[in-house]
Design a protein around this ligand. Structure first.
Ligand code: GDP
Length: 439
């Protein structure tokens, strides 16, 4: 995420890092580099200039000049300013009314429908809500099907009227339906066009008037940079939306939209969406994003994600097995599944300070564990529970079942064995705690 911006900023800080003192000269050079980096990340020049002027003011202040480590302080100043530029505090989704009505607007292809599914899933699983998804796109029959497929995947009902050619009417009826079916959130996915056009704007505005949503979210593809910001302005002038959703942050996004949208429309980014999997919606935290841009990682999010997946009972069971040296392939598989549920592996690694840069060129796909899983899957339950019974002929069979070479099974078994040895050793230590969370 925003890799080239991160790299450029790091280069900029070289001017002041390691220097015993901050001088007007090295601040000026750093600030100039930062400004260039921002502009190249597709941040509008005026915003970039204002930003760096603020950084410069703070960096040449008394405190910084006398600081023990001016380089570090400079990074902190930039981090705070970046967080401020993106809105400072995180902004909550507004869930008022019964049902709470959320209107989703944006251009076609921005990721509205995918986001609607993710939001419904998020509200259902994390907020205990009972959402109803509404297909209000009357122009593309495929849009209804797409929403139905998503709804089916997450177990959320989808309201549609394939034969009605009036989006306002559909939205109204959907709210009625929510009332009668005890749904407490209605998410209306509206039609989009490839470019801003009056008919589309008039239609979304009419839906807004008809159903009076307490929350309107504008969805924008972060890969579109300055265009994203311009589109946001047009939509906001017409709809006065409550928040922005930035999608496709998993792509090769330079960062311009994330950094300047708040400044231009004065509305918070509420969610960021990266990936097409329905369980990967993240609340937007400006401070954490600033940290990530500066290569400081985002341990807070990483820990939160781990906690979400953390099942106290399961952890206690696992700890017991580890302490009795009984950790087996079934446990290993379960652990892999938990890690996978936390999200995209590369994204997770990027949350560890300093690691994002190291892995940016590596091709780590979500399938990273596929080979290992295939091998575990082709073991019998007996083999999973008693790794020691796996002799050569069994290894050959496992390799065949997993579509692997037997040497890969050897290698995996060896690594697994090393892992178990390590666990054994730790169990023998006087302070034998494994750092496994206690239930
Ligand atoms: P809509 O026309 O605004 O409803 O957009 P869709 O939800 O249909 O998304 C358009 C395309 O972008 C689809 O192919 C989606 O799978 C894809 N897409 C949506 N959100 C994301 C995302 O966060 N990351 C990536 N990589 N693709 C996305």
């Amino acid at each position: 995420m925003f890799e080239s911006l991160s790299e450029r900023l790091e280069t900029a800080f070289k001017q002041v890092k390691g220097q015993g003192r901050i001088t007007d000269l090295n601040v000026a050079a750093t600030v100039k580099e930062i400004r260039k980096a921002l502009v190249d990340a597709d941040v509008n020049y005026k915003i970039a200039k204002e930003f760096t002027d603020k950084v410069k003011d703070k960096a040449t202040g008394e405190k910084v000049i006398n600081a023990i480590s001016p380089g570090q302080l400079m990074v902190k100043i930039v981090k705070d300013e970046l967080a401020g530029l993106m809105g400072g505090e995180a902004s909550e989704l507004v869930l008022k009314g019964n049902p709470a009505v959320i209107l989703i607007a944006g251009l076609q292809g921005s990721g509205k429908t995918t986001f609607s599914g993710k939001l419904a899933n998020y509200l259902k699983l994390k907020k205990g809500k009972s959402p109803l998804l509404v297909a209000a796109d009357i122009y593309r029959p495929a849009a209804i099907d797409q929403l139905k497929v998503l709804g089916g995947q997450i177990g959320v009902d989808v309201y549609s009227e394939p034969d009605t050619k009036d989006a306002v009417q559909i939205a109204r009826n959907a709210v009625k339906e929510a009332h009668s079916k005890n749904k407490n959130v209605v998410i209306i996915d509206t039609a989009g066009r490839l470019a801003v056009d009056e008919a589309m704007m008039a239609e979304v505005a009419a839906i807004k008037d008809a159903v009076q949503p307490q929350e309107i979210l504008f969805v924008v593809d972060s890969m579109t940079g300055q265009d994203a910001v311009n589109t946001a302005k047009v939509f906001n002038d017409r709809l006065d939306f409550g928040g922005v959703v930035l999608t496709k942050l998993d792509g090769d996004t330079r960062g311009g939209a994330a950094l300047s949208i708040r400044y231009i429309v004065d509305k918070p980014i509420k969610f960021v969406s990266s990936g097409e999997k329905l369980d990967t919606l993240d609340v937007f935290y400006p401070e954490r994003m600033a940290q990530r841009i500066l290569g400081m990682g985002d341990i807070t999010t990483l820990v939160e994600k781990a906690q979400e997946q953390f099942d106290a009972e399961q952890a206690a069971r696992l700890e017991k097995k580890i302490r009795k040296n009984q950790f087996d392939f079934a446990d290993f598989k379960q652990q892999l599944e938990q890690i996978k549920k936390m999200g995209n592996i590369k994204d997770l690694l990027g949350m560890i300070p300093g690691v994002g840069k190291a892995v940016k060129d590596l091709d780590i796909s979500d399938d990273a564990f596929k080979g290992i899983e295939a091998m575990i899957n082709s073991m019998t339950p007996e083999e999973r529970a008693n790794p020691d019974v796996i002799d050569l002929s069994r290894r050959k069979r496992i390799a065949k079942g997993a579509g692997k070479d037997v040497s890969e099974v050897h290698q995996f078994m060896k690594q697994f064995d090393q892992m178990r040895q390590m666990m054994k050793m730790m169990n023998k230590m006087p302070m034998g705690r494994m750092g496994v969370p206690r239930g």
